[in-house]
Design a protein around this ligand. Sequence first.
Ligand code: ZN
Ligand code: ZN
Length: 279
Amino acid sequence: MNGGAGINEDWWICRTCAVEHATRPEVCAICADERQWVPASGQAWATLAELQAEGRRADVAELEPDLFSITSAPPVGIGQSAKLVRTPAGMLLWDPLGFVDDDVVQRVRGLGEVVAIVASHPHMFGVQVEWSRRLGGVPVLVAEADAGWVARPDPAVETWSGDLEVLPGVTLTQPGGHFPGSAVVHWAAGAEGRGVLLGGDTIMANPDRTSVSFMRSYPNRIPLSAAVVRRVTDTVVRFDFDRLYNNFEGVVPSGARDAVRRSADRHVAWVRGDFDHLT
Ligand SMILES: [Zn+2]
Ligand SMILES: [Zn+2]
């Protein structure tokens, strides 16, 4: 441990993925996996106090009525944008940031009561247990299929599978793909009642804002099969949604359900060889 700031902390954050760990293994298992990477400079750990001492702050911004993003500057780990979905029955904290401080906890509490913390997949676990503790022991729901990736066990962690209506009108489901338990959220009241899907990187909104991608790994560009892309798509087109947000700043602002269908057809056609004459 370098510096005295972390002297009272007995847990660590991987600087590359920002996932919390109860111990400091030689290398973070999430980053050593083929879907992520360990930097050339080697594995690096930080304590939360160190991340705070570096001048980091979290910002909460409204994306649309009752949907908020939480980001940090400078970023931590993969640099995700956490999401907060607000309903009359409470809030869902989705893809929790790998950073938290008293200021952001106060801002979140000012918006409502968080009743569940859920990550779309292990890359987005962030400091989910720390968020839970600071919000009063909120349940942390982890996909059963990916529970083995939890590196900071806690009594607040519970597993789930299938479809789960975590709040009225807010339904979690697991299309899989990127990870076996990769999840998305359907929020029926989003986009002025036309429906929102929080796709994480299970279904990644592309920079063109009109299409999405399905990958086993984004940083290392590992593809998924046609069959898996069909399964992912079939799982989510059961829901009505018009807008899709990814786990960064990306969004398909309208027509997202059609965009998912169209993008899946394109993916399947490419891997089948329909467009090989273009290569
Ligand atoms: Zn890591
Ligand atoms: Zn990921």
